[in-house]
Design a protein around this ligand. Structure first.
Ligand code: SF4
Ligand code: SF4
Length: 226
């Protein structure tokens, strides 16, 4: 029998709805994007994904989304077959109608989690949140980790504890993403910022997973947010 994760998408969305911070970060970062859109809502910068079960739920409830065609960013068309080959088989590549039409209740998990992902140590512990380093130069949140609310952190971890337990393939995907991050940060001689499930902030040694507490105001800043 094929294993099917038990996921109630409406319930996951309801439990993961708090804003990241007390400020509208999209209003800040969009000033630095020539398109005028928040970077994570600009299909030319970031392509959302949805679990296949999310897509079933979304298409029954909203007109906001469609499966990615590849031509949504005319200045930089996407090689759809290549990107699909790099996407887990249980996910769809997606595109929304854009930030002017956003429906907050129907954002995908990938919208809600951005720029964060669960960090899983080499010895298999989901200890907290880290961020997608590809977006360091553009995302205001990454340069202002002290502004991330405790409530958002709690909801993120509640959802991913549940999701990764129910969906072992997603667990593996985040394990290997964490491994990629360890490799990248080791090569570049940097420590990995962690918003830990214990409520504190740490820099993590990517070679040993050893944690050093840090004042969140001391985390590195990037790009226009220096
Ligand atoms: S999460 Fe980052 S990229 Fe997205 S709107 Fe906020 S600051 Fe901009
Ligand atoms: S659904 Fe909303 S939050 Fe998600 S990418 Fe589209 S505009 Fe951004």
């Amino acid at each position: 029998m094929v294993y099917k994760p038990k996921l109630d998408i409406a319930d996951l969305y309801a439990r993961f709805a708090s804003p990241i911070a007390n400020v509208d970060c999209g209003e800040i970062c969009r000033q630095f994007n020539p398109s005028g859109k928040p970077f994570c809502c600009d299909i030319c910068v970031a392509v959302p994904v949805a679990l296949k079960k999310e897509w079933t739920y979304l298409k029954a409830n909203t007109e906001l989304w469609h499966r990615l065609h590849g031509d949504e960013c005319p200045s930089d068309p996407i090689d759809l077959p290549k990107m699909q080959a790099e996407t887990p088989h249980y996910m769809h590549l997606m595109a929304c109608k854009g930030p002017a039409f956003c429906e907050r209740d129907y954002r995908t998990l990938s919208c809600r989690q951005f720029p964060f992902s669960p960090y899983i140590t080499a010895d298999d512990r989901l200890i907290g949140l880290t961020y997608n380093w590809d977006f360091e130069e553009v995302c205001w949140v990454i340069s202002n980790l002290d502004q991330v609310s405790d409530q958002y952190r709690k909801e993120f971890l509640d959802i991913y504890d549940h999701l990764l337990f129910e969906h072992p393939s997603e667990y593996d995907s985040y394990y290997w993403l964490s491994e990629d991050m360890r490799e990248h940060f080791t090569k570049t001689g940097r420590s990995i910022p962690i918003l830990h499930r214990d409520g504190s902030y740490y820099l993590l040694n990517p070679e040993t997973d050893e944690l050093t507490p840090i004042d969140p105001h001391e985390f590195p800043k990037f790009g226009p947010y220096l």
